[in-house]
Design a binder for this molecule. Structure first.
Ligand SMILES: *[C@@H]1O[C@H](CO)[C@@H](O)[C@H](O)[C@H]1NC(C)=O
Ligand SMILES: *[C@@H]1O[C@H](CO)[C@@H](O)[C@H](O)[C@H]1NC(C)=O
Ligand SMILES: *[C@@H]1O[C@H](CO)[C@@H](O)[C@H](O)[C@H]1NC(C)=O
Ligand SMILES: *[C@@H]1O[C@H](CO)[C@@H](O)[C@H](O)[C@H]1NC(C)=O
Ligand SMILES: *[C@@H]1O[C@H](CO)[C@@H](O)[C@H](O)[C@H]1NC(C)=O
Ligand SMILES: *[C@@H]1O[C@H](CO)[C@@H](O)[C@H](O)[C@H]1NC(C)=O
Ligand SMILES: *[C@@H]1O[C@H](CO)[C@@H](O)[C@H](O)[C@H]1NC(C)=O
Length: 423
């Protein structure tokens, strides 16, 4: 397959040169010798760890409090003798309260399971994987991973910089992209919504991405919120993390569904439902997230905050990565919609962000507030150079917009998917 695609990127043209061959979703493959039932049982044993206490949440989740030294990360061969790092070797900054903005009414997110209890010291909360989650998954062996994909190389320009962007064929993305530096960290407040997802095998996110390496074999860390029925079995908005060291071909997964991320926090549930979410023309909620390199401990920390405290969630040991062992080369903030039927026939009606276009702005369109990059100076700055980017402007749009002249813009993104102009 070889073709050229012209895509509008803000005011810039993005030229995608060739479709690389390869990865296509194998779908649900069952070995003939084992019944699906036995396979499901085996997988459940693998995914669920012995727990100290368990909590039944009103949203249907069962949360197991697992001994911090028995968490999935310790199943990784590189982490057999790992000593858990307690906190970053520097003091994390607690938000950016100095920035003046009239959009100061957003509240940090909270998780549904907190109403039903908490995990004791020395444990971490893990969402229990139930039989029905696996039965609803599109593929048993790829459960918790992203579906296989075809990756296209696109040349993307920001000012004088040209760089290769790996576009995943079955995804539609609208994001603010920064490149041109060696990034040692990134953060932002990510506005939280609960957009409709049309089919059970599709998903939609609001997220921050750090990536590095060749376009078809890259290291990636993603954090944010997601509605993903095939992983979570429902259409709630959930906090998620994701990582890979090979563009998602075989390594990496969501949350703690494969070993890699070491969690140190007993109050934040990865994959846990978030409530309330933002309402149209109403109260806005955000997830404040920061991913930052610790050069002393050789890990990437994941940090959030609630109204009162900075919360260190955990870290990825740098050994998990190849080029991101050192730094990230590109940062993105925005939305991602996945559908196995993307670019074939009718467009999906799975929405991105609030489900409304970026042009609707505050409290109607989904936003990213105070996106920040950290370089070798180890201080946070507004990401520059950076540029809004969208693959399908009539389906999901992207715009940097400042309500008041000379103040920092908010990045707005999203849309309904299928509509009159996106058939
Ligand atoms: C872990 O420790 C054991 C015993 O000290 C040692 O034999 C083994 O090589 C270590 N494994 C790794 C991956 O460092
Ligand atoms: C922002 O904060 C200021 C002072 O804390 C307050 O007066 C103002 O009403 C807030 N703006 C919004 C839109 O909530
Ligand atoms: C749990 O740890 C916190 C902080 O270290 C401490 O203040 C608290 O007393 C501990 N709780 C229990 C039950 O040990
Ligand atoms: C990535 O793409 C390049 C050129 O398109 C190709 O030579 C290389 O084999 C690919 N690598 C992987 C891991 O797919
Ligand atoms: C999961 O499967 C059950 C039946 O096994 C079905 O009723 C339900 O709608 C499915 N949910 C999702 C989100 O796939
Ligand atoms: C990539 O991640 C996988 C899974 O954790 C690991 O087995 C592999 O060694 C990693 N690759 C590199 C080159 O570090
Ligand atoms: C913030 O998190 C800390 C530590 O988990 C907790 O003690 C505190 O109650 C939380 N504050 C709010 C407002 O939720």
């Amino acid at each position: 397959m070889l073709r050229t695609v012209e895509i509008m990127v803000g005011l810039l043209a993005l030229v995608c040169i060739a479709l690389s061959s390869g990865m296509v979703d194998g779908g649900r493959s069952i070995q003939p010798l084992e019944t699906e039932d036995i396979q499901v049982e085996k997988k459940l044993k693998l995914l669920n760890n012995p727990f100290v206490k368990s909590i039944q949440s009103e949203d249907g989740d069962v949360i197991d409090c697992v001994d911090i030294y028995k968490q999935p990360a310790f199943d990784h061969p590189l982490l057999k003798n790992h000593t858990i790092k307690v906190s970053p070797s520097f003091v994390p900054t607690n938000g950016d309260t100095s920035a003046s903005s009239i959009m100061n009414s957003s509240l940090p997110f909270s998780q549904v399971w907190h109403k039903s209890g908490s995990c004791p010291n020395g444990t971490i909360p893990i969402r229990r994987i139930l039989r029905q989650h696996l039965l609803n998954a599109s593929s048993l062996e790829r459960y918790g991973k992203k579906p296989m994909n075809i990756i296209t190389k696109c040349d993307f320009h920001i000012l004088d910089y040209t760089f290769a962007l790996g576009i995943q064929h079955y995804h539609s993305t609208a994001a603010l992209i920064a490149s041109g530096f060696s990034y040692t960290g990134a953060k932002a407040d990510i506005n939280v919504w609960n957009p409709p997802v049309e089919a059970d095998d599709e998903y939609t996110t609001g997220q921050m991405t750090l990536t590095s390496g060749p376009f078809n074999n890259s290291d990636t860390i993603e954090v944010g919120w997601m509605v993903n029925p095939s992983v979570y079995g429902d259409r709630r908005t959930r906090l998620f993390i994701y990582w890979t060291n090979d563009s998602g071909k075989s390594s990496g997964c969501f949350d703690l569904l494969c070993p890699g991320f070491v969690q140190v926090n007993k109050d934040v549930l990865l994959g846990g439902a978030i409530e309330p979410t933002s309402s149209y023309y109403g109260q806005q909620y955000v997830i404040p997230l920061e991913v930052v390199k610790d050069f002393e401990q050789d890990v990437w920390w994941l940090i959030t905050r609630n109204e009162t405290d900075t919360l260190t969630i955990g870290y990825w040991p740098c050994d998990m990565f190849i080029s991101m062992y050192h730094i990230a080369e590109m940062l993105m903030w925005g939305g991602d919609v996945y559908s196995p039927r993307m670019h074939t026939g009718r467009h999906t009606a799975t929405a991105m962000g609030s489900g409304h276009f970026s042009s609707e702005h505050w409290s109607m369109a989904s936003y990213i507030k105070q996106p920040r990059m950290r370089d070798y100076s180890m201080t946070y700055k507004y990401p520059y150079p950076s540029s809004p980017f969208t693959l399908e402007v009539d389906c999901y749009s992207a715009e940097n917009y400042a309500e008041v002249l000379f103040t920092e813009p908010l990045f707005y993104y999203g849309g309904p998917g299928r509509n009159l102009y996106c058939p």
